[in-house]
Structure formats: structure tokens, C-alpha cells
Design a protein around this ligand. Structure first.
Ligand SMILES: Nc1ncnc2c1ncn2[C@@H]1O[C@H](COP(=O)(O)OP(=O)(O)O)[C@@H](O)[C@H]1O
Ligand SMILES: [Mg+2]
Length: 320
């Protein structure tokens, strides 16, 4: 499972729209996707998608509902966990309570292939807790001084407080691809000088009036206007994220917090250890074990395929 935080520091840069459309585009590509609204103060994933959820995370926090009760079906089969707007109890949650909420996610819900977490603006404890619980941190930035300084401040605090060392940069509202690339290089130059972090570039999403139109119509851009320039760019970014997940799986250990309690992840960890100590290096036994476990836990074929073709193959290659 891939857990991706969409963050960026500054408000209004496009985090929620990127999160929503990444989720819908990945779902259109055949993945099982869940979208978690972690903007606990000013939730608006449901607003962007034109949904009117009966229950929200506030009902989970008050103890009236379980997480499974608040999940709603969104467009293209995306499962959405809506948050509440303007509920004091949510804004005042302590980091311990937020961590409990995150743990409930792994205990109460069937894990999707991809979980996308839309964070609120700012660099406060809530944003830090949610980003630290994810495997990848996508920073949405615009070519404006305030967006760049906020993104830098967020990386600095996440590096210092949560030991996060890699960020994926997505340049939003750019006029052309070169502007996005230059923006990424500018951030990279500053980080090289002052921060010990690694950056990846997910691409540039153009300023697109179709995105604004989709927002007005409260529909997801990628399904309402799939051929619009921003939709195509978001689809590309989703594919890159997915590929990066497959390529970097071995090295992304810090992000196992979210689902480390689930049986599936524990079993996956055991398989990894077995693969690494496999003396013959042919992984035959592990492939058989994978087959049995996939059948036992009803893992979907994509997870099985990932283990067989990618993870285990890279283990075997590393040993040879
Ligand atoms: N690529 C884009 N093209 C055109 N408008 C955009 C684009 N990205 C964001 N916007 C505008 O910015 C507004 C704020 O976006 P939103 O996703 O709510 O930001 P955030 O979640 O970062 O606060 C959107 O309602 C939309 O009008
Ligand atoms: Mg938002």
C-alpha cells in the first residue's frame, strides 16, 4: 500500500484539488484508492467533490461512529473519509488523539492500494503528524514567494522534527513546463545549500480554466474534463508517484507507521526479511509463500504482482 500526503505549507496553492484529482485519476487507472481529508479545521474535499456526507471524522472523534461508518463512495470508486469544518473539537485535537485516529485507519478499514491524505495549510503539529504517518510527502508549490518560503519552512520543520528526508515537488498553476522545472530547480538550490533533504520532481500542472470550471461544478477535473491540460498533468504525476513507489519501496521505511499494525503489513515485513536472508537467492520458497498468503488474505492481484515481479526480483538481483 502506498500512503501519500499532499501538503505544501501555504493555503490556496491547490493541495485539495491536486489530492482529489490524483485520487480519482489513480482510481481510473484501476487502483483501489482512499482519500482522507486531514484538514481538520477547514475540510473541503467533500465540497470540491460535491458530496454531502452524513457523518464526518468529527463523529468518529466524538465516539458516535466508527471510521467505517463515515467512509463514503466518491467518483470513480474512490472511498472518501470526510472531515468536518468549523468543529472546535477537531481543531483542538492533541497529537496523541491524532495518532489514535491514524491507528484506527489501519485497524478498522480494508487497506486500499493507495491512500491519499489531503493536509491543511500551515506547518503546525497536525500537518506534521499526518505527513509523518505517510510514506511520501508531495509538496504542492506555486511560483510565488510566499508559497516557496512556506514550502521551505515546512520541509525544514519536517526534517528536524520528523526526520523526513525526501519530498516530491509538484509545481501547480504554472504557465508552461519550463516554469515548473525552473521552480523545482530554485527550490533544489536552496535545499542543497541549507537542508539535508532529497527532492523529486513530479511535474508541473498548468493554470487551467477547466480546473476552475470543475471546482464551480463540484466535480473532479480528471473525470469531468479528462483531456484538459491540468487533468493530463495530474494523471502523469500520479503515474510517476506510482512508479517511484515501486522503485523505492526498499528504501522508504519511515512511512510504515500508517498501516504497520495491520496483519497484511506484518506479513509483508516478514516476507521482506525472508527475502533478504534467502541463502540460495532464488526466492522460490518466498514466491510460494506469497501465493498462499495472497489467497489467504484475499490480497488483490496488484499487490501480489508487485511482490512477485518487483520486490522479490529486486531482492534476488541485490543478492546476486
Ligand atoms: N491548476 C490550476 N488552475 C487553475 N486554478 C487553480 C489550479 N490549482 C488551483 N486553482 C485554484 O485555486 C483554488 C484553491 O485550490 P485548493 O485546492 O482549494 O487549495 P488549497 O487546498 O491548497 O488551499 C481552487 O479553487 C482553484 O480556483
Ligand atoms: Mg485544501
Amino acid at each position: 500500500m502506498q500512503v501519500i500526503a499532499i501538503t505544501g505549507g501555504k493555503g490556496g496553492v491547490g493541495k485539495t484539488n491536486i489530492a482529489v484529482n490524483l485520487a480519482v485519476s489513480m482510481s481510473m487507472e484501476g487502483l483501489d484508492v482512499m482519500l482522507f481529508d486531514a484538514d481538520l479545521g477547514l475540510a473541503n474535499v467533500d465540497v470540491v467533490l460535491g458530496m454531502k456526507p452524513k457523518y464526518t471524522l468529527a463523529d468518529v472523534v466524538s465516539g458516535d461512529k466508527t471510521l467505517a461508518d463515515v467512509v463514503v463512495d466518491g467518483p470513480e470508486g474512490v472511498r472518501v473519509i470526510p472531515a468536518a469544518s468549523g468543529v472546535a473539537q477537531m481543531v483542538e485535537m492533541q497529537s496523541g488523539e491524532q495518532e489514535t485516529l491514524i491507528r484506527q485507519l489501519s485497524d478498522q478499514l480494508i487497506p486500499p492500494d493507495v491512500l491519499i491524505v489531503d493536509t491543511g495549510a500551515g506547518i503546525d503539529q497536525t500537518v506534521q503528524t499526518f505527513v509523518a504517518a505517510c510514506q511520501s510527502a508531495v509538496l504542492v508549490v506555486c511560483d510565488e514567494p510566499a508559497s516557496l518560503t512556506d514550502a521551505y519552512a515546512l520541509m525544514k520543520v519536517l526534517r528536524a522534527k520528523k526526520d523526513i528526508r525526501r519530498f516530491e515537488i509538484l509545481a501547480n498553476q504554472v504557465d508552461n513546463p519550463l516554469q515548473g522545472k525552473q521552480l523545482f530547480e530554485r527550490i533544489g538550490n536552496v535545499c542543497d545549500r541549507y537542508l539535508d533533504v532529497e527532492l523529486g520532481y513530479l511535474g508541473g500542472v498548468p493554470t487551467d480554466m477547466y480546473l476552475r470550471r470543475a471546482v464551480q461544478e463540484r466535480r473532479a477535473l480528471v473525470s469531468a474534463y479528462p483531456r484538459s491540460p491540468a487533468a493530463i498533468a495530474i494523471l502523469d504525476a500520479g503515474r510517476r508517484l506510482n512508479q517511484a513507489h515501486l522503485d523505492d519501496h526498499l528504501t522508504v521505511w519511515h512511512g510504515w507507521n500508517f498501516y504497520c499494525n495491520s496483519v497484511q503489513q506484518r506479513v509483508a515485513c516478514c516476507l521482506w526479511v525472508l527475502a533478504l536472508i534467502d541463502v540460495d537467492g532464488d526466492c522460490k520458497l518466498i514466491v510460494i509463500a506469497c501465493d498462499k498468503l495472497c489467497a489467504l488474505f484475499s490480497w488483490n492481484r496488484r499487490i501480489a504482482r508487485d511482490y512477485h515481479t518487483h520486490h522479490l526480483a529486486s531482492c534476488c538481483n541485490a543478492q546476486r
